[in-house]
Design a protein around this ligand. Structure first.
Ligand SMILES: Cc1cc2nc3c(=O)[nH]c(=O)nc-3n(C[C@H](O)[C@H](O)[C@H](O)COP(=O)(O)OP(=O)(O)OC[C@H]3O[C@@H](n4cnc5c(N)ncnc54)[C@H](O)[C@@H]3O)c2cc1C
Length: 410
């Protein structure tokens, strides 16, 4: 059954793409997941499968050889992958959303005819790399300060030089650090005699093999271990003008007008929530190999717990399906607040469903030979993801519900 349920009306394209994701996930990703998690190794083989299926080009327009998926289709495919390997889904988000932001989302932004024409030429370079060369893009914006939370300019800077930009700075938690061919770096244009400003944010694709790029530090976290999200250092790295993934100044416009661009991590955790529920049902039915033949499902407390998980899952899924179909430019206030509430619900409910799954299935279910303990650890990471952490979603809902833009108490 697809992540959206067997009675949700899918377009033929959505049904096809989700069937591919489900086949790859269940046949290829599941058998690899435990070892990748244990060793904290990047899922290179999964990416080879995604590449062969042209899913790296999921959000690249069909006119450029991609699959031409829209936002909702991306979200459903991503959630489907998340059921089988959370780390693959989370990193797939970073890659696909680079093409989504630079592609479909940029179409909605205001730019001059000259900017649009130049952007078209640059888009073609990035799309060709993905579709023809199988290139992988990462999306490092976290720096360990207020920038990734959207509260300050990025400390990673770019100085305009002849024919391009010189990039310097540091990014933490860069998923795909061992795998990406290009790092889609958010940085601030450093202008002479001017303070750094969020309005001057640039979005540049820095090749991993460019002079001055270094990947460093260990990676040994609680969950999402196969994302291999190490630290990136950029020391006076030169990139040409056509490294721009969006025209100058356009990222700020996107962040202000297209809120759902920050909700794209949530589908991974929707998938994890579904996987924890599915495991619980299969376990209690005695269908998980090597765990039988103890009978447990006849106990009323187990049935109530499964019912509680199902209710939470359906609440989460319904918000997910509504919010992904809402995504567009210049949304209304209700739509924006619903997006925050959806992100919050998915991230918090995924870990709650995983918690209930372990409590309900019992001790044997948390052995490392079974996937549930990995789902539990992976689920824990969702609400920490900037810029829409669970806390920041609550901050935004509270503030934006009580204050209209520009309102103060003075
Ligand atoms: C598995 C995993 C993969 C990741 N992959 C990526 C990736 O590919 N790219 C990427 O860019 N990031 C990635 N991240 C990073 C993630 O988004 C966070 O930035 C990261 O967890 C850093 O945490 P922190 O401790 O610095 O954040 P926090 O301390 O939570 O936040 C950093 C800063 O944000 C501000 N802030 C936080 N909460 C609030 C609040 N409630 N109110 C006001 N300000 C607040 C503060 O200034 C704070 O110092 C990943 C994280 C994980 C766990």
């Amino acid at each position: 059954m697809p992540i959206c349920g067997d009675d949700f009306p899918l377009t033929p394209k959505q049904a096809e793409l989700m069937a591919i994701a489900r086949r790859l996930g269940s046949e290829k990703f599941v058998p690899r997941a435990a070892e990748l998690d244990r060793e904290a190794k990047f899922p290179f083989a999964n990416y080879a499968d995604l590449r062969d299926a042209n899913l790296l080009g999921l959000c690249v327009p069909e006119s450029h050889g991609g699959r031409g998926a829209d936002y909702a289709t991306y979200a459903m495919v991503s959630a489907e992958i998340g059921r089988y390997c959370g780390a693959t889904a989370l990193t797939f988000n970073m890659h696909v959303c680079t093409t989504l932001w630079s592609g479909l989302l940029s179409e909605d932004l205001e730019m001059s005819a000259e900017q649009r024409a130049e952007h078209r030429l640059r888009q073609a370079i990035h799309f060709d790399r993905v579709v023809k060369d199988g290139a992988i893009y990462a999306q490092p914006f976290s720096e360990g300060g207020a920038a990734a939370a959207g509260a300050a300019p990025f400390g990673t800077t770019a100085v305009k030089v002849d024919g391009g930009w010189q990039v310097s700075g540091k990014k933490i938690f860069a998923s795909l650090s061992d795998a990406a061919d290009y790092f889609g770096v958010l940085c601030t244009e450093k202008k002479t005699d001017a303070q750094l400003s969020r309005r001057d944010t640039l979005y540049l694709a820095v090749p991993r093999n460019a002079k001055g790029v270094r990947v460093e530090g260990p990676w040994d976290p609680l969950g999402m271990r196969a994302t291999v999200s190490r630290t990136l250092i950029f020391e006076d790295v030169f990139v040409p003008d056509d490294a721009a993934l969006m025209p100058q100044g356009l990222y700020f416009q996107a962040a202000s007008r297209w809120p759902h661009m920050f909700m794209t991590l949530a589908p991974t955790y929707m998938g994890i929530a579904q996987a924890a529920y599915d495991f619980t049902v299969a376990y209690l039915r005695g269908e998980i190999a090597g765990t039988g033949p103890v009978k447990r499902r006849q106990f009323a407390t187990k049935q109530i717990a499964v019912a509680e998980m199902f209710v939470k899952l359906e609440q989460t899924r319904n918000m997910f399906l509504r919010a992904i179909s809402d995504a567009k430019v210049d949304t209304s206030k209700s739509t924006r607040l619903r997006a925050y509430a959806t992100q919050y619900t998915i991230m918090e409910n995924a870990q709650d469903i995983a918690r209930l799954a372990i409590r309900t299935c019992g001790g044997q279910s948390m052995l490392k030979s079974l996937p549930l303990e990995r789902l539990y650890r992976d689920a824990r990471c969702g609400s920490l993801m900037l810029p829409w952490t669970a806390e920041l979603c609550m901050d935004r809902i509270g503030r934006e519900a009580l204050y209209e833009a520009g309102e103060t108490d003075d």
